[in-house]
Write a protein that binds this ligand. Sequence first.
Ligand SMILES: *[C@@H]1O[C@H](CO)[C@@H](O)[C@H](O)[C@H]1NC(C)=O
Ligand SMILES: *[C@@H]1O[C@H](CO)[C@@H](O)[C@H](O)[C@H]1NC(C)=O
Ligand SMILES: *[C@@H]1O[C@H](CO)[C@@H](O)[C@H](O)[C@H]1NC(C)=O
Ligand SMILES: [Zn+2]
Length: 393
Amino acid sequence: MTNMWRSLLLIGAAAASLMQEPLQARRGHLSLTYDLIAFHKNLTQIESITGNEEAVGEWLVASLKSQGYSVERQYVEEKPARFNILAWPGKERDAKVLLSAHIDTVPPFYPYEHINNTIRGRGSVDAKGSVATQIIAINRLLSSDKISPDDVALLYVVGEEKGGDGMRAANALKLSPETVIFGEPTEGKLAAGHKGNLMVIVKAKGKAAHSGYPWLGRSANEVLVKSLAALMELGQKLPKSDKYGITTLNLGQIQGGVAPNVVAKDASADVAVRIAEGSPEFIREEVTRAVHTAVQSFLEKGMKPEDVVEINFPTSGYGPIEIDHDVPGFDEITVNYGTDIPSLNKTVEGQKRYLYGPGSILVAHSDHEMLTEDQLFDAVGGYEKLVLHALRK
Ligand SMILES: *[C@@H]1O[C@H](CO)[C@@H](O)[C@H](O)[C@H]1NC(C)=O
Ligand SMILES: *[C@@H]1O[C@H](CO)[C@@H](O)[C@H](O)[C@H]1NC(C)=O
Ligand SMILES: *[C@@H]1O[C@H](CO)[C@@H](O)[C@H](O)[C@H]1NC(C)=O
Ligand SMILES: [Zn+2]
């Protein structure tokens, strides 16, 4: 056997069931593609860092339409144009099972690269791996008549990586699915839950002065450093749980001051808290108490802590999110990242929510985001199983 044949067979083994079908097939009004690798490539090649999702949205709309799906755009922002995509293969816009993932990515962009079995590039995992495998899974179920076109709908949203404005807007679509399947990298396992999330912005308020006469001013940098040191200490003491482990606090972004010889007037830090146990209200109170205590030494007569430091919580945050995981045949995982799940209101009593997708979060936001062809093919099978379970078929 030549090397070329050997490697063709190896790739073929993973893709065996997919390869036996033509890559495109007609089914009633549908003209479905099964070409997973090319579909995923087309999607991943288009840069779509949050705020710049228009081009990938346009491509996905065109592709879904050409396959026979009905497609609705929901504008989340007009300029720059940012829209969610709702698509359904049959007559039912508000179908029993909704599959969803996000089409934005974190920065910076890394180009698509496919060598042997390995696929790299920004978004290849998070979350275009999920988008592509969801669509191919539905196409396969439709073409084998295992589901009816009226059983399913697809929702692809913008803005997940920056606060979830896309999914929050999607509440206005007035959908009432019995089951929502969210796609994010879960290593092909079924997520039983994820940590909660709270963003904190600490803004120190100083008084500029010449650095030779620092007593004439108040250094915002010093106020901030004291505040953040207190938060680091607090971070060691926040609640933990058996299921999610420890609550973590990340001093993600810090800025302050203008020059070494100027007492800094402004300084601020953006902090993310990943909540393992308890409510965001509790964390907000603890953060406020810790920072207010830490800045006491800066307070002149009659001043309050708020006069030297401002604490903002840009979103209300959320505690740990429990996710349904009652489907046989899957390994389980809990994850430490946030998702769009809490942004989508539960419109149906007893609505089931699953979280599943190919690839690992450990590489997702890194400069070596990658997954394998096999992981993509496996996820197609995983989504098929979840959809059939949701439809009790
Ligand atoms: C991917 O893009 C190429 C080039 O535009 C096109 O020929 C091909 O049909 C696309 N395939 C899929 C599955 O989207
Ligand atoms: C890809 O596979 C070929 C054939 O097995 C091998 O010679 C080559 O080194 C591989 N390339 C990489 C980058 O792994
Ligand atoms: C649904 O979610 C939106 C945005 O997240 C929220 O403002 C609204 O109050 C919710 N609507 C209902 C009916 O719960
Ligand atoms: Zn994601």
